[in-house]
Design a binder for this molecule. Sequence first.
Ligand code: AMP
Ligand code: MG
Length: 274
Amino acid sequence: MSLSEQLRPSIPLTDVDARSTPGFDGDMAEAKAALKQIRSELAELQERLYANGLTGDHRSVLLVLQGMDTSGKGGVIEKVAGAVNPQGVAITTFKKPTEDELAHDFLWRINKALPAAGKIGVFDRSHYEDVLIVRVHNLQPEGEIERRYEAINEFEQAYVEGGGTIVKCLLHVDKATQKERLAARLEDPEKYYKYRPGDLDERAVWDAYTEAYQLVLDRCSTDIAPWHVVPSGHKPYRNWAVATLLLEALRDLKLEWPAPPFDIEAEKKRVAAL
Ligand code: AMP
Ligand code: MG
């Protein structure tokens, strides 16, 4: 069974052990080594995707990362997206919407950030914030929030029909792990910058977030764009798992090197005559 199938949401989020390692048998040193292996295959498949994009192939891949503070969205970007040529990746971090963004539909800023043909897009937070933080803090009327789940499904379907592949990852941590990681940030001057006092306010409504995430999994895990729940209590497993999900998605594209848009023999002659 593929890792993608293994990590589909099948039990309530509250029952998922954040320190489990589904699909991986070894210890964490082995998970780090396994990731190293994957990084080179990721790099090659990304280059093929990019090469095909230059010659009219419409396909692109979008990695969506969601998770509570300290779940490791930044770490995944460094270890997984960092494996490939930076020219082929477009990373977008979604913060609190600006006034301009709020004046538009919630998908307006998301649509603008979709990866172009040949690229891997990475969303550090995403349109799902519009049914997560927005739901938890009642930032929109209930009717508007309810409407959004289906709007998201339709939006993702349109992206897939246009040649996109979506890999959605919920980096799942438990409260104890988050406390440990928040505490670590306050012990290390090199990590102070990651600590925001406001993160504690989000932690205070942890259960409401869990409910909001459960709704996301229930309503927006579709056949064309399923969610994956990635236990993220062990960083090496988390990085390996997301890299593997991305790798499986790229392998499924069966990317060949594109035929050149010119006559090779004719060009060889021209170069020989230089
Ligand atoms: P961070 O990623 O830790 O720098 O924090 C970014 C903040 O922006 C988080 O608190 C997000 O929940 C918030 N944010 C992102 N998207 C939205 C949104 N659509 N509406 C409200 N807040 C958002
Ligand atoms: Mg943060």
